[in-house]
Design a binder for this molecule. Structure first.
Ligand code: MOS
Length: 736
C-alpha cells in the first residue's frame, strides 16, 4: 500500500507531546553562560554615553559589550531573498534608528545575573524626533524603492481607461495594521566555538543554510567552519525565515568570553528584534460590465519599512494573477521609511494582505451589480495568467468555488444584508477566493538504506511544525518499497545535504521532491545489486520487472525474492546511499504559470447591541495539487484559518506616535485566537496531480490556507450588519 495519500499521524507527535523533542533552548551545553540584551528606549538619535561600571562589577558578570568594545561585523547588502532580516547591525556605532534596538549586551554565569546587570547600565541619549508611520501623511513620504524581487509595478492594457469607461466602478482604500509573528517558542541562539575555530550555532531558525551563509559573510569566516542546527521549531511564522542581529551577537559574545553563550530574546524583545509584518494602505479600483465581468483592475499598495532596508510587502501582486480583466490590470508598490526595525514575511505574506483588499472589493462589486459573489467570481475565472500570458499548470478554482459552496450550503443564503438571523444575533455569510505563489527552489537530500533494511533520510531542510518529518518518511517509503515506520528522517543541520528554508509553503514540492529522487537512486542501486551483484538472485532479468514492497525485492512472474537486508549482507555492504538533487527551473522561466488556489466561506454571528463577533463555521476548499498526507494537510488548513481569523478580528501591533515604540510587546497586549474562538472548520481538497509544480504533483499549501480568510469574514460581517469595514482588524468599536 502506498504511504503517500494516507492520513498518517505525525512521526514526531509522541516526542513533542511527551517533552522529548529538543527545542533550541532545551539544549544543554557544558560551561554555557547567558547573554541579555539592553535595548534603546528611544526610536531616533544616538547614545551619548553608556555607563556600564556597575554592571561590570555585578555578581557573575563576565563581560559587558557596547558599540565601543564589540567586535566589528561586515555589513552585507539587503535583498528580499538574502538571508538577513535587516542590514543595520547593532553595537557597531552610537546611532539609534528604532526603539528596541540593542545598545548593550551583558554576559554572565546565569540569565538572572545577566538580566539584573543589564538594569544597572545607564544610557544617556540625544533624542531626535522619530519618523513614524501615519496613515494620514504616509503618502507624502512614499518612495519607489529599488526592485530586489518581483517588479514593483505592472501594467497590462490600459486599466485606468477601462475603469473610467466602465458601467460599474468600485474604488476604495483598505488598511491593515502592523502585526507580529508571536510564535510560542522565542528566538534563541546558542553559540559555541571549538578549539579549531569551528562555530556551531544552535538557532531557532527556519533556515539553517541561510543562517550559516549570513554568519559567514558578517563574521568573515568560511562556511565550512560554521554549523547551524535546528531540529525542532515551536513556531516560526516567517519571523525565523531570515537571520536577525541577536544570532550574530551571540556568536561574537561566545568568542569574547570563550564560553558557549545562550542568547534568548524576551517576549518584549521579539517585538523589535525579529521583524514584523508591515502595515499596508491599499487602494483598489475595479471597473466592470453590468454582468459583472471585470474590465479593469488597479491595485496600489504602500507599506512602512525601516530607515535602512526596502522591505516591500507585495500586496498588489494578487491582483496581477487572480482575475481576468478585459481592459487591463495595473499594480504598484511604494514604501515609507520610518524609525523601525525592518519588517519581514509573516504567515502568508503579500497575498494575505493583498487579498483582503481585492476580495473585499469583489464583494462590493457583487453588491453593486446584484450578482451572487460566488457567481461573480466564476464569471471572472481565467485559464491564462493575466500577468505572464502563460496558461496555468492547474487551476481548480472553479471546483474550489462550486464544491466549497455546496459543502457550505451557500444556496440557502439570502443576499440582502441583515436578512439572516439566529435569535437576537444577525448572521452573515461571506466568500473569498485566493491565488497563492508556488515557489520552485533547488534542494538536495540523502537517503541511506541500512543493513537491517531500514532507511534514513537526511536534508538540511526543516519541519517548522507542519509535518515535514512525516511526509518525507512517506515519500521515501513509497520510493523504496518500505513501510513508513521503517524510515527515519533527520533535518535541520547544515552538515546534511543542502536544502532550502522552510518558507513560502515550499517544502513538500521542493525539499521533499529531492527526498524522492534520493530514495529512487537507492532503489535503482538495490535493483542493480539484485540483477548483477554477488550471487545475484535476479541475474539476467530486466530492472523494470523487479517489484519492491515491505523491504523485499521480488521478480515478477517468478517466486524469486530477497529482502533488502539479505541483499546488502550478500554483497558485504553495510549500507547503500543515494543522493537527490532537485534543480527545477525557476517558476518565472517555466512554460506554465503555477499557483495554488482556494475558495473559503465564512459564517459569522454578530450581537447587534454589543458588536461582538463570533465565527459560526467555516469551509475552506483548496487546490494545492496532490495531497501527500490528508491529515497533516488538514491540520495546516486549520492553522491557516486560525491565523486568518486573528488577522480579521484580533491582531494589531500599535505604535506610540510620539515615541515610535511598539506598545503591545506581550501576549497580554496582542490578541491571537484561542480555542474558544474557533468553531468547526471544514476543509476539503479539490486539486489533482500538478506535474509542472513538482515531481510529487504537490503545490504550496500551508500559507494558502491563511489567505482570504479575513475578506471572507469581512464580507460575512457586511452581510450580517450592512457595515463595510475596510480597516483590519474588525473590532467591536468599528461595528457599533
Ligand atoms: Mo512564510 S511567512 O513564507 O515563512
Amino acid at each position: 500500500m502506498n504511504a503517500v495519500g494516507q492520513p498518517i499521524s505525525r512521526v514526531d507527535g509522541r516526542l513533542k507531546t511527551t517533552g522529548g523533542a529538543r527545542y533550541t533552548a532545551d539544549i544543554p551545553l557544558g560551561g554555557m553562560v547567558h547573554a541579555a540584551i539592553v535595548y534603546s528606549t528611544i526610536a531616533s538619535g544616538r547614545t551619548v554615553s553608556i555607563d556600564s561600571q556597575a554592571a561590570e562589577k555585578a555578581p557573575g558578570v563576565l563581560a559587558v559589550l557596547t558599540h565601543s568594545n564589540m567586535p566589528r561585523m561586515n555589513r552585507v547588502p539587503w535583498s528580499h531573498l538574502r538571508p538577513q532580516g535587516q542590514t543595520y547591525l547593532p553595537l557597531q556605532d552610537d546611532s539609534i534608528h528604532y526603539a528596541g534596538q540593542p545598545v548593550a549586551l551583558v554576559i554572565a554565569d546565569t540569565l538572572d545575573q545577566a538580566t539584573h546587570a543589564g538594569t544597572l547600565i545607564k544610557v544617556t541619549y540625544e533624542t531626535h524626533i522619530p519618523a513614524v508611520f501615519d496613515l494620514r501623511t504616509a503618502n507624502e513620504d512614499a518612495v519607489v524603492p529599488p526592485q530586489r524581487m518581483w517588479p514593483l509595478s505592472s501594467s497590462l492594457g490600459d486599466a485606468d481607461k477601462a475603469i473610467a469607461d466602465a458601467a460599474i466602478k468600485i474604488e476604495q482604500t483598505y488598511t491593515m495594521p502592523d502585526r507580529h509573528h508571536n510564535p510560542m517558542e522565542p528566538h534563541v541562539t546558542l553559540a559555541v566555538w571549538d578549539d579549531d575555530g569551528t562555530l556551531t550555532l544552535y538557532d531557532s531558525t527556519q533556515m539553517v543554510v541561510g543562517t550559516r551563509k549570513l554568519a559567514s559573510l558578517v563574521l568573515g569566516i568560511p562556511e565550512e567552519k560554521i554549523n547551524v542546527v535546528c531540529e525542532f521549531l515551536g513556531g516560526g511564522f516567517g519571523g525565523k525565515s531570515w537571520s536577525w542581529p541577536h544570532t550574530l551577537l551571540a556568536a561574537l559574545a561566545a568568542k569574547v568570553v570563550n564560553r558557549p553563550v545562550r542568547l534568548q530574546l524576551t517576549r518584549a524583545q521579539m517585538y523589535s528584534m525579529a521583524g514584523h509584518q508591515a502595515a499596508t494602505v491599499q487602494t483598489i479600483a475595479l471597473g466592470a460590465e453590468h454582468g459583472g465581468k471585470l474590465t479593469g483592475i488597479r491595485h496600489d499598495s504602500l507599506n512602512p519599512t525601516s530607515l535602512f532596508d526596502d522591505y516591500v510587502e507585495y500586496a498588489a501582486v494578487a491582483s496581477r494573477h487572480l482575475w481576468h480583466a478585459s481592459g487591463g490590470i495595473a499594480t504598484s508598490h511604494r514604501v515609507v521609511h520610518v524609525n523601525r526595525n525592518t519588517p519581514v514575511v509573516l504567515r502568508a505574506p503579500m497575498e494575505a494582505q493583498g487579498h483582503f483588499a481585492l476580495e473585499c472589493a469583489m464583494d462590493e462589486l457583487a453588491y453593486a451589480t446584484g450578482i451572487d459573489p460566488v457567481e461573480l467570481r466564476l464569471r471572472n475565472d481565467t485559464d491564462t495568467d493575466p500577468y505572464s500570458g502563460r496558461p496555468f499548470s492547474t487551476r481548480a478554482l472553479r471546483e474550489c468555488l462550486t464544491k466549497g459552496a455546496a459543502r457550505f450550503g451557500w444556496d440557502k443564503r439570502t443576499p440582502e444584508p441583515r436578512s439572516m438571523r439566529d435569535g437576537r444575533y444577525v448572521v452573515g455569510q461571506g466568500v473569498a477566493a485566493a491565488i497563492f505563489t508556488h515557489w520552485r527552489w533547488p534542494g538536495k537530500a540523502g537517503v541511506t538504506l541500512k543493513g537491517n533494511g531500514s532507511a534514513l533520510v537526511e536534508a538540511a531542510a526543516h519541519d517548522i511544525g507542519t509535518g515535514t518529518y512525516t511526509v518525507m518518511a512517506q515519500v521515501a517509503a513509497d520510493a523504496l518499497g518500505l513501510a513508513p515506520n521503517r524510515v527515519a528522517v533527520r533535518l535541520g543541520d547544515t552538515r546534511l545535504p543542502e536544502s532550502h528554508p522552510a518558507i513560502g509553503s515550499a517544502t513538500v514540492a521542493n525539499a521533499t521532491a529531492a527526498v524522492m529522487l534520493a530514495a529512487q537512486a537507492v532503489r535503482e542501486k538495490a535493483i542493480e545489486l539484485a540483477l548483477t551483484g554477488r550471487d545475484a538472485p535476479f541475474v539476467g532479468a530486466a530492472p523494470e520487472d523487479v517489484i519492491i514492497a515491505d523491504g523485499r525485492l521480488a521478480l515478477a512472474k517468478t517466486n524469486l525474492n530477497i529482502t533488502y537486508a539479505e541483499l546488502l549482507a550478500r554483497n558485504g555492504l553495510s549500507s547503500v546511499v543515494g543522493g537527490g538533487d532537485y534543480a527545477p527551473v525557476e517558476e518565472v522561466n517555466g512554460a506554465k504559470a503555477i499557483f495554488s488556489f482556494s475558495a473559503v466561506f465564512a459564517e459569522v454571528r454578530v450581537d447587534p447591541d454589543l458588536g461582538l463577533v463570533r465565527l459560526n463555521r467555516f469551509v475552506g476548499a483548496y487546490d494545492a495539487g496532490r495531497i501527500i498526507n490528508p491529515k497533516t494537510a488538514r491540520s495546516q488548513a486549520i492553522g491557516g484559518i486560525i491565523w486568518g481569523l486573528g488577522q480579521a478580528l484580533l491582531e494589531q501591533s500599535e505604535t506610540d506616535p510620539a515615541s515610535g515604540q511598539f506598545i503591545n510587546r506581550n501576549y497580554s497586549g496582542y490578541l491571537v485566537p484561542t480555542n474558544a474562538d474557533i468553531p468547526e472548520l471544514n476543509v476539503l481538497f479539490v486539486g489533482g496531480f500538478d506535474e509542472e509544480a513538482s515531481p510529487l504533483g504537490a503545490k504550496g499549501l500551508g500559507e494558502l490556507t491563511a489567505v482570504s480568510v479575513a475578506p471572507a469574514i469581512a464580507n460575512a460581517l457586511y452581510h450580517a450588519t450592512g457595515k463595510r469595514i475596510r480597516d483590519l482588524p474588525v473590532t467591536v468599536e468599528k461595528l457599533l
